[in-house]
Design a protein around this ligand. Structure first.
Ligand code: HEM
Ligand code: HEM
Length: 191
C-alpha cells in the first residue's frame, strides 16, 4: 500500500519516517562531535562540517516532501480508546516535530549563509546563500540551531516513550503500523 488509509500508514510515509529519523540521529551526533572535537585536525573538522551541511540540506528536502505527502494523504486515526486530550497531545507533539524538522535545517542554512566560510554540497556545487555574511546573525543562528537541537532531543524522548507505551502498556497497533516489517498489521486496521 503506497498511500495512507484511515487506519494505516502506507510505505511512503513509513519509509520517510525512518529514513529521516535515522538521518537526524546521525546529524545530531555529527553536529555535537564536529563542534566539540577535531581541533587538532582542522582538515577533518572542515570535512565533517561539509558533510553535516550537505546531509542537512538533503534532510530539509525530504522533510518538505514528507509534509506534502502528509497533506495529500489521510492521517491514520489513533485508537478509539484514547481520550480527546491524549489525541490533542499526540497531534501537538507531531506538529512540534515537523516545526523542528524544518526550523533546525533552516537555521543551519541561515548560519552557513551568514558565515564567510563557503559550503560545497557533497563537493559538487556551492550552497546558495540565503543572506549576505553577517557575524552577529551567524552567532545568533548558531545559538538557535543548537538550542532547537536540544529541544528536538527532549521532544523525541517523549515521542519514543509514547510509542513504547502504546506497544507495551496499551498493547495497541500504533507502533506496529509505523514499522516497515509489519505490513500485515498495517493493512488489517485497528488493534
Ligand atoms: C535536521 C538537520 C540538522 C540537525 C539535526 C542538526 C544538528 C546540529 C547540532 C546538534 C549541532 C551542534 C550544535 C552545537 O552544539 O553547537 C549542529 C551544528 C551545526 N550545524 Fe546543524 N543540524 C542540521 C542541519 C544543518 C544544516 C542544513 C546546516 C547548514 C546548511 C547546518 C549547519 C551547522 C553548522 C555550521 C553547525 C556548527 C555551528 C557552530 O559552529 O556553532 N546544520 N547541527
Ligand atoms: C528524529 C526522529 C523522529 C522524528 C523526527 C519523528 C517524527 C514523527 C512524526 C512527525 C510523526 C507523525 C506522523 C507522520 O507525519 O509521519 C511520527 C509518527 C510516529 N513515530 Fe516518529 N519520529 C522519530 C523517531 C521515532 C522513533 C525512534 C520511534 C519509535 C520508537 C517513532 C515512532 C513513531 C510512531 C509509532 C508513530 C505513529 C504515531 C501514530 O500512528 O499516530 N518515531 N513520528
Amino acid at each position: 500500500m503506497v498511500r495512507n488509509s484511515a487506519n494505516a500508514y502506507g510505505w511512503v510515509a513509513v519509509a520517510l519516517h525512518w529514513l529521516i529519523a535515522t538521518a537526524i540521529g546521525v546529524m545530531i551526533v555529527l553536529g555535537l562531535v564536529m563542534t566539540r572535537g577535531f581541533d587538532d585536525d582542522i582538515m577533518a573538522k572542515v570535512a565533517l562540517y561539509q558533510w553535516h551541511k550537505s546531509i542537512g540540506i538533503v534532510i530539509l528536502t525530504l522533510v518538505v516532501l514528507r509534509l506534502v505527502w502528509r497533506l495529500a494523504n489521510p492521517v491514520p486515526r489513533l485508537p478509539e480508546t484514547l481520550k480527546a486530550y491524549e489525541r490533542g497531545l499526540a497531534h501537538a507533539a507531531h506538529v512540534g516535530l515537523y516545526v523542528l524538522m524544518l526550523a533546525i535545517p533552516l537555521s543551519g542554512w541561515l548560519l552557513a549563509s551568514a558565515s564567510t566560510f563557503p559550503t560545497d554540497l557533497f563537493g559538487w556545487f556551492p550552497l546558495p546563500k540565503l543572506i549576505s555574511p553577517d557575524q552577529a546573525v551567524e552567532e545568533t543562528m548558531a545559538e538557535v540551531h543548537e538550542v532547537l537541537g536540544w529541544v528536538l532531543l527532549a521532544l523525541l524522548a517523549i515521542h519514543v516513550a509514547a510509542a513504547l507505551k502504546h506497544h507495551f502498556v496499551l498493547k495497541d497497533n500504533v507502533l506496529r503500523r509505523m514499522l516497515p516489517i509489519a505490513a500485515g498489521h498495517r493493512t488489517t486496521g485497528d488493534q
